[in-house]
Design a protein around this ligand. Structure first.
Ligand code: NDP
Ligand code: 8X3
Length: 251
């Protein structure tokens, strides 16, 4: 039975990926900061899919917290076959001159440094195993920069550089490294970005059908079900009504 580690499984993509992997028979390590959400998901995965689940409640911005969670994994969860680096967020959407340093820190500490902390702890296990697959959840914001999003876009450009670097350095150990770059998807992403303003979050998706979290779970399933000799390097996936980061066709 294979084991997957998913960061940020309390909502959106991470939650949908956890459910999909449980349905495929994976053992799961799910993480996030909201304990109640982790508890709810754990019981759903156990009841509906008879999955073996380990829930770890910690903030990926703290290397100490990442280290103590990952270095004390129970024996039966120590072999990690699949790492999904998903925890992340956008904080704010304003022109550079009006944007906030607090938001910058949150995005860079979560999307870039958090991803590095987790990966740095799990890669040595994969090297020992001489096998593993890392899937980084990037964004179309990692491909094109859009107005009012310079630091979020920078964080996802960094994720793409890390993905490419990991692929170069880990190829000799038989470790695959992939990324998924989604466009607009209806999760809690916009609510978080607009600091809880539901009206502004709804406006993001007005007049178009955004991606769903299940679309991203489908993409993960596709990537991991390729034959052993195939590595999907990156998949960019958009709503049909979104051409790129700044051109959408709204009803
Ligand atoms: P959600 O807000 O629904 O989910 C984000 C997840 O990340 C939550 O589980 C949250 O858990 C976790 N998370 C955030 N900060 C931290 C932290 N400091 N420590 C631990 N966990 C954290 O958004 P999405 O599902 O949409 O986002 C998932 C990923 O997809 C992100 O990397 C995002 O940038 C990316 N993305 C999203 C797109 C979209 O349009 N929705 C498009 C392209 C990429 P908790 O709050 O419990 O800690
Ligand atoms: C989130 C999607 O539209 O901000 O990564 O690029 S978007």
């Amino acid at each position: 039975m294979k084991t997957a580690f998913i960061s940020g499984a309390t909502s959106g993509f991470g939650r949908a990926i956890a459910i999909r992997l449980a349905s495929m028979g994976f053992k799961l390590i799910i993480t996030g900061r909201r304990k109640e959400r982790l508890d709810d998901l754990t019981s759903l995965l156990k009841t509906e899919y008879s999955a073996e689940v380990l829930a770890l409640c910690f903030d990926v911005r703290s290397n100490e917290a990442c280290t103590s969670a990952i270095q004390t994994l129970p024996e039966e969860f120590q072999t990690i076959d699949l790492l999904i680096n998903n925890a992340g967020l956008a904080a704010g959407a304003s022109p550079f001159d009006q944007s906030s340093l607090i938001d910058y820190d949150q995005m860079i500490d979560t999307n870039v440094k958090g991803l590095l902390y987790i990966t740095k702890l799990i890669v040595p296990k994969m090297i020992e195993q001489k096998a593993g697959h890392i899937i980084n959840i990037s964004s179309i914001a990692g491909i094109e920069v859009y107005p009012n999003g310079s630091v979020y876009c920078a964080s996802k450009h960094a994720v793409n550089a890390i993905t490419k670097g990991l692929r170069l350095d880990l190829i000799k150990y038989g470790i695959k490294v992939s990324s998924i770059s989604p466009g607009m998807a209806d999760t809690e992403f916009s609510l978080v970005r607009y600091h809880g303003n539901q009206e502004m979050a709804n406006a993001v998706y007005k007049g178009l059908i955004p991606l769903s979290a299940d679309d991203i779970a489908d993409t993960v399933e596709f990537i991991i079900s390729r034959p052993a000799h195939v590595c999907i390097n990156d998949i960019q996936i958009n709503p049909a009504q979104q051409a790129n980061t700044y051109i959408s066709h709204r009803n």
